[in-house]
Design a protein around this ligand. Structure first.
Ligand SMILES: [Ca+2]
Ligand SMILES: [Ca+2]
Length: 334
């Protein structure tokens, strides 16, 4: 390359670098600020009231009030006194949350939550993505599942308080069928987060790409603090969004508390969700950016901004309003 050609190339390069990078705009797939008086059944399904998870029968719908969904947990189940506690769960009707790009390389779940523990240990409040499918050749429970968790343990607030900051449970499951903590099908962390008080409202986010999962907490100054990231046990199937409360049994010692047992007098605690939002976010790859820059050079034109928002391809995988079929028994998260 002679001097004038090199000069022209440098001029072109500087011009390309001066161009605005295509804007990555998120597309909201599901959002609920819980501003009504009941569960929006166009967006959510209630759990099968016969489903038992840990020590809890998931028989309570969340209470929608004051712009929040409150997932109550009670030790007294009037239909099964002394047999089960009562928990609460909803699942999104959409089961197609999946970072399948292009234009939707990231699935982001953002949730604002508070755990009013009332001094009671042994209860889990959670926001998570989940799917399962039958697998008769694999595992004891006959299901293989994918999952990404943001879970909060009342144990770690009231039984084992940490004055530095509380501890979210962050976990990912990829093609999981019982391989706890192997780092391949199940990845788990429970970090101390300085300044985090789970009894006040906090904003958490997870970002799921096909090759990684990241979790964030929004600090009081509005910064998204990276809490954890993994490239292991990354889900590879479309999932639905769940919110719930339940009481663990001793199968998960970290979440279990000896005094948390079904029965009266009733002891109640409350997991509040101010809002939850699921979005897909375009995230051009390095290759795509090079192609875009090349097209700018070759065509000598400004790049077109992505027109509007992308949509879910094919819509929901299951939009049939059949409340009796949707919730299989979940593998206990731990
Ligand atoms: Ca709200
Ligand atoms: Ca899978």
């Amino acid at each position: 390359m002679n001097g004038s050609a090199r000069c022209a190339a440098l001029l072109c390069l500087s011009w390309v670098l001066s161009l605005p990078v295509p804007e990555a705009s998120a597309t909201v797939l599901l959002e609920d600020g819980f501003d009504g008086t009941g569960v929006d059944m166009d967006k959510w399904c209630l759990a099968d009231p016969g489903m038992v998870h840990g020590q809890s029968r998931m028989g309570l719908p969340p209470v929608i009030h004051d712009g929040m969904a409150t997932f109550e947990h009670h030790t007294y189940d009037p239909e099964n006194p002394g047999l089960f506690c009562l928990g609460s769960e909803i699942r999104s009707r959409r089961r197609d949350f999946y970072p399948d790009g292009p234009g939707r390389e990231v699935i982001e779940i953002e949730v604002r939550t508070r755990f009013r523990t009332q001094g009671i240990g042994g209860v889990v409040g959670a926001a998570f993505l989940y799917m399962d499918e039958p697998d008769s050749t694999c595992c004891p429970q006959g299901l293989v599942s994918d999952e990404i968790d943001m879970e909060f343990l009342s144990n770690q607030i009231v039984v084992f308080p940490d004055h530095v900051g509380h501890h979210p449970v962050l976990a990912a499951y990829g093609d999981f069928c019982g391989q706890w903590y192997d780092g391949v099908h199940h990845w788990f962390t429970n970090p101390t987060v300085p300044g985090l008080n789970l009894q006040e409202f906090n904003i958490f986010k997870l970002r799921w790409r096909l090759d990684s999962v990241e979790w964030f907490w929004q600090s009081p100054d509005g910064t998204d603090v990276l809490l954890a990231a993994t490239v292991n046990a990354v889900p590879d199937d479309p999932m639905a969004l769940y919110l719930n409360t339940w009481a663990s049994d001793d199968y998960w010692p970290l979440a279990w508390q000896r005094d948390m047992r079904p029965g009266s007098p009733d002891r109640a605690c409350y997991f509040d969700v101010d809002y939850v939002r699921a979005s897909c976010i375009p995230e051009p790859s390095a290759t795509a950016l090079v192609l875009w820059a090349t097209s700018c050079l070759v065509g000598h034109r400004h790049p077109k901004r992505r027109n509007g928002r992308t949509r879910s391809q094919g819509g929901s995988l299951d939009d049939q309003p059949n409340d009796n079929q949707e919730l299989r028994y979940r593998v206990p998260s731990r």
